[in-house]
Design a protein around this ligand. Structure first.
Ligand SMILES: Cc1ncc(COP(=O)(O)O)c(C=O)c1O
Length: 438
């Protein structure tokens, strides 16, 4: 009988005479054909001919192949976690359903309670703040570095109080937050640092890969990110040695296969957080298929990063001649962004207008540009909870200036050369029109 491992729950009974099927209702060859049709879409005679060849092959396979014993949390999930560790230089990668699920584990580790304060950047996606808001912790918004739009460590320092429990830097667009001063502040005030690295898979900061620096880091593998595991997924890493052994139980409701209660298969144990035990409340298990998807992408990830960087460098070269355009920081040998988004900023005084005019002009020219993301304190949910929007806005002047007047994001991946050139032309033309008062 194959040895059972901690991730083997759910009826993987190994090589017994009478096994218990891991896969509830087995898929069959017909289902697989639909999956291939979904993943490889097309039309026309050549496509139809290739598909019927696939159908025949699948029919032939259906007669001789057997389905896998496990679809969830099996050997492929373990293998892809090893591969992620090798890539990031970590030893704790946990493959979870999404970055948001990873955040929840880190927030629970810090035993976040009602009234505790969490410092987040003024601009990010709602996922960064969802858990603290949901349990009644207080969000404190750090203003932004005007060049990178990441949280400004100097403003973080100003906003630390005796109630601060965590700092949550977000590497917006994949450019790394200045982590050294953040980690120093955390050490000085005994705070937990959770990096929202949803955009920053593969980003380096001063020669260190993101994932190796803070207490916790969560990456997103959602379909719009640099790297995906068939549409959804996330990676959580930790540098808290004592927590590494807690990670897999935290992913799956605290199920503990290292021990059993009397007459049962496993135990359920509390997870050891920073200030004591907590109870895992989520099932963030991932599937073998997602793991295969991630492993495949990892093999070509350096090429993906190089392509993104190449597009950003091209845009910077094109924009260099117009001093109203502030181009995307490219980093250097040691600090390497993942180029998830291209950060386009303008100087409104030199451009003859603010970014709202530029955004409109780009839209008219058919160029998709989205200022990922908005100031969190503008959302109704915070007003409903009693946050004072105007007061927060006053405490984040850079955020107000850059969001309303200076920045938008451009895509840098999946574009043809023609599209990239068109986008650069459209930006230059639009700024020139603004400068000419048109
Ligand atoms: C900055 C940021 N944080 C967190 C997330 C959430 O990631 P996930 O969808 O994997 O939970 C996203 C996703 O878009 C994001 O952009």
């Amino acid at each position: 009988m194959t040895k059972k491992k901690s991730s083997d729950f759910r009826y993987n009974t190994g090589e017994t005479k009478v096994p218990w099927a891991a896969v509830g209702e087995n898929y069959n060859a017909k289902d697989l054909k639909q999956v291939v049709r979904f993943l490889m879409q097309g039309e026309g005679d050549a496509y139809q001919a290739a598909m019927s060849a696939v159908d025949q092959s699948i029919d032939a396979l259906g007669k001789i192949a057997t389905p896998p014993g496990k679809l969830s949390l099996g050997s492929h999930v373990e293998a892809c976690e090893r591969e992620v560790n090798a890539y990031l230089g970590t030893d704790s990668a946990l493959f979870v359903t999404n970055a948001t699920a990873g955040f929840e584990i880190a927030y629970k580790y810090a035993n976040l309670q009602v009234g505790d304060e969490v410092i987040v950047p003024a601009i990010t996606f709602v996922a960064t703040m969802a858990y603290p808001v949901s349990i009644g912790a207080k969000l404190v918004f750090a203003d932004l570095d005007p060049l990178t739009l990441n949280m400004d460590p100097k403003d973080v320092e100003k906003k630390i109080t005796s109630k601060t429990k965590m700092i949550v830097p977000v590497h917006l667009g994949g450019y790394p937050v200045d982590m050294d001063p953040i980690m120093e502040l955390a050490k000085k005030h005994d705070l937990v640092v959770l990096e929202d690295a949803a955009h920053a898979f593969g980003t380096s900061y001063k020669g260190r890969k993101i994932g190796t620096i803070a207490d916790f880091t969560a990456f997103s593998l959602h379909e719009v990110k640099n790297c995906t595991s068939f549409g959804e997924g996330g990676i959580l890493t930790t540098n808290v040695d004592a927590f590494k052994g807690e990670m897999s139980r935290a992913r799956f409701l605290g199920l503990d296969f290292s021990g059993k209660i009397k007459d049962w298969l496993y135990d359920i144990t509390a997870i050891q957080g920073k200030y004591g035990p907590f109870v895992a409340s989520n099932n963030a298990s991932t599937t073998e298929l997602q793991a295969i998807g991630l492993s495949c992408q990892l093999k070509r990830y350096d090429k993906i990063l190089a392509e993104r960087r190449g597009a950003a460098e091209y845009l910077n070269r094109r924009f260099a001649g117009n001093d109203a355009i502030l181009s995307q920081p490219l980093g250097d040998k040691e600090t390497l962004p993942s180029f998830h988004l291209y950060l386009l900023q303008i100087d409104p005084a030199k451009a003859g207008g603010d970014v709202q005019i530029l955004k409109k002009k780009l839209e008219e020219k058919g160029v998709t540009n989205i200022p990922h993301f908005g100031p969190l304190y503008r959302f109704d949910v915070l007003r409903q909870l009693g946050y004072n929007e105007d007061e927060i806005a006053k405490s984040c002047p850079v955020c107000e200036e850059v969001f309303y007047k200076r920045f938008t994001h451009l895509p840098v991946y999946g574009l043809t050369e023609e599209q990239l050139v068109y986008m650069a032309d459209a930006v230059l033309e639009s700024v020139k029109e603004m400068q000419a008062g048109k």
